[in-house]
Design a protein around this ligand. Sequence first.
Ligand SMILES: [Cu+2]
Length: 46
Amino acid sequence: MTFTDVPNSPVLNRGDTFSRYFTAAGTYSYICSIHPFMHGTVVVTL
Ligand SMILES: [Cu+2]
């Protein structure tokens, strides 16, 4: 996953998991590095 900020994930295969710790509230968009049409958003609230 490529986030609009860092850190990004390595390439993930089916069934893989990835976690990252967000230290600030906000809306973080991400895309699949290989398939840019695969995208999502993480909303962090305090
Ligand atoms: Cu993909």
